[in-house]
Structures are given as C-alpha cells and as structure tokens.
Design a protein around this ligand. Sequence first.
Ligand code: AMP
Length: 417
Amino acid sequence: MQFSDLNLIKPISRALQDKNYTKPTPIQEKAIPVALSNKDILGIAQTGTGKTAAFSIPIIQKLYKQRCAFDKVAQIKALIVTPTRELAIQIDENISAYAKYTRIKNTVIFGGVKQNPQVEILKKGVHILVATPGRLLDLQNQGFIDLNQINTFVLDEADRMLDMGFIHDIRKLIKLLPTEKQTLFFSATMPPKIAELSAKILRKPTKIEVTPTSTAAETVQQYIYYTNKKSKNDLLLHILDNKEMQQVLLFSRTKHGADKIVKRLKSKKIAALAIHGNKSQNQRQKALGDFKAGKIRILVATDIAARGIDIDKLKFVINYDIPNEAETYVHRIGRSGRAGESGTAISIAEPEENAYVKDIEKLIKKRLIVEKDNPFPQTDKPMTAQEKKEFNKEKQRKKQEFFANRKKKLLAKNRRK
Ligand code: AMP
C-alpha cells in the first residue's frame, strides 16, 4: 500500500513527500482509515512503529476539512496527552511537519519550564494541543485552556502513564473533556489497570495491534562483545575507532555511570553528552538537539531518559552494560532501525552479565552475533554466589567507612567554625 491509497488531502500528501515517506507503516495503514471515519481506536503499539503519524494525520485532515484554519481565533479541537516532555516535543514537531501546508496551528506544553511563553501561545489560539498531564491540568485550572471544544482526544503511551504515576491525573482530565468526542488510545502493553481505563473511555473501539515488543528486534543487527569489567572503557574506544559510527546512542544503567562515560570520552576528544534525570530540562533538550544536529557523536542515556527519544535514522545503539530485564534490551535497541530502517546494536557484557545475555536471547529467539574483532576478550570467570556475597559485603563496608569519614570531617569543620 502507498500513502496515495489512503485518500489523504493534497497538503498532507505534499508534506509526506517532503519527509520522503512513501509507504505507510502497518499501524498507519490500519489506523488512518479508521480514525478518518471518526471511530474510536484501541491501538497496541509502541514508539518506533510510526504511531504518531497514524493519529496525527487524520486529526489534521479532519480539521482541514472543517475549514478550522479560517476561524478568527483558533480553538483547541484536538488534544494529545503523552507522558514525557521529550515525547510531547517530538509529537508536536511531527505535527508541525505534517500540517505545514494547512495553516492549522499546534503547540506543546510540558512542565519543568516557565509557563509564560506557553501561555502566550495558547492565548493566540491553537487547534491541536500536545501536552504532558501535569502542566495541562495546571494551566486548565488557571483558566488558560478551554477543553470544551475538543472533538478528538489522543491518549498516548497509556501504560507509561501508569508507570510514571499519572493515572490519577488522566482520570481527572477525562472528567473535564466533552463526552461527545473521538478517542484514540495507545499503549504498548495492556496491564489490567490500563485495560480497565480503556474500557471506560472508549466507545466500540477498533482494536489495532502491531509489532509485539519481542519482534521489534528483527530489523536490528545485534552484536555482542564479551569482555572483563576493567576493559570495558578500552573496548568502547576500540569500537568507536569505526568512523562509520558518527551518531551513537549509548546506554548506561546509572546516571553516575553515564557521567563517567562522558568524561572519559571527552578526555579522548570524542564529543559526548549525557541525558538523564539529574539534568535540567534545558540541558536535556540541548543534548538531544546537539545530537540530532550531528554536533556531538555520542549521546549517553539512562533507560528512563531515553524513553520516547526519537532520532530519525539512528543507526547505532551501544549497550555499555546489559540490562537485567530482557524487555529493556529490546526497548533500547528499538531506538535504532525504526519504521523498518536497518540498525546496529552493539552490547558489551562483563562476566556477571553473561546470564542476562542468555535471557535476552531467549526472549528474542535468536543468538547475538559474537564479535570476533575483540582485543579485550573475557577471561575472568563470573563470581560464585559466595564471592559475590563477600564482594557486596566489602562494598557495603567501604561505603559505610566513606560516610563515617565524611561525617567526622564535617563535624570537625563545624567545630572549627
Ligand atoms: P513514531 O513511532 O511515531 O515515533 O515514529 C517512528 C519514526 O518513524 C519517526 O522517526 C518517524 O519520523 C518515522 N516514520 C513514521 N512514519 C513513517 C513512514 N511512513 N515512512 C518512513 N518513516 C516513518
């Protein structure tokens, strides 16, 4: 199927040509006609499947046909709620691209930044609003947002809303929306609370399901290096000798680990920035912007921070450590090879992580390719249970010693004052 088979209006077709999209992805093929016919949708799909265009294109097309662009002051007719700021910004950017020949106005609001610039745009009027739940309720409460004219409501990444503790906000929000409307509900998984919520708010929905998590891994070439803990950094530098790898998303389990990796890379003159929960919204946006623009080669991210990050045509993902949950691995590598593009994922395992690699191979039902060009192969054996116990005990002892010393120093300093 081609986009031309979907009866799209010319301004949208032109915008899609500008983006070089020719074929709709499976979710677009299924969801666009249903959404255009005003039916509710229960979409089971994750980021990377092309779901943003699947819900945005019908919204733009319907608003265009209602001649909304000619309203004196634009009113909010479509509301898209998504859990993270990064996702909200990306959705808004996509809508701007698809609607660029329609004169339909859109904007995005999210927390963690000053509200005034957002309020100013809202006052001028928009047709499509993309929002994270907290800021949306806050501005609505202050009287800056009128939800009464909404005729399309999109709830995006519903299961993450639950994970991130937004479910009460969503329930509150739903009560504020008009009852007569179309609802498009998207979630990657269907835990009971989400199934319950969807049953409550959807009316005779069409269920559309694409690419379960474990098959997202099919388009990505997956390599593994087995090495020792102390060689990981040298091995990373060896991997990065490959000059083809000009844009790499690198995952680190911890925020502290991410900062350490960035420091080491910078000391070797490799441009890198970290993106994680301890960074401000501005720092995170800048890091992501610089990465997308090719100003930095490596973006080091933790799993939470990387949620929803969408980098067009990202080819390389490196796992500096192996996640202990196989599903997390699939989410990580799914950042590359999106919408059918090819991608490469390279994972680095130290002996303690060998068992996690086995779990991953079981989930994705294939073996990772063991990279032979490895100057630092694994020689250490994984610790036995007893060794691990002793190792952890020693780590705990050192930690306590460190804090006791720090306390002593602080007390001495206070006494001197
Ligand atoms: P999404 O799941 O909406 O986050 O989309 C994932 C990625 O696929 C984004 O980078 C989109 O720009 C891209 N994309 C969406 N639809 C298409 C399409 N029909 N052809 C090519 N790329 C697409």
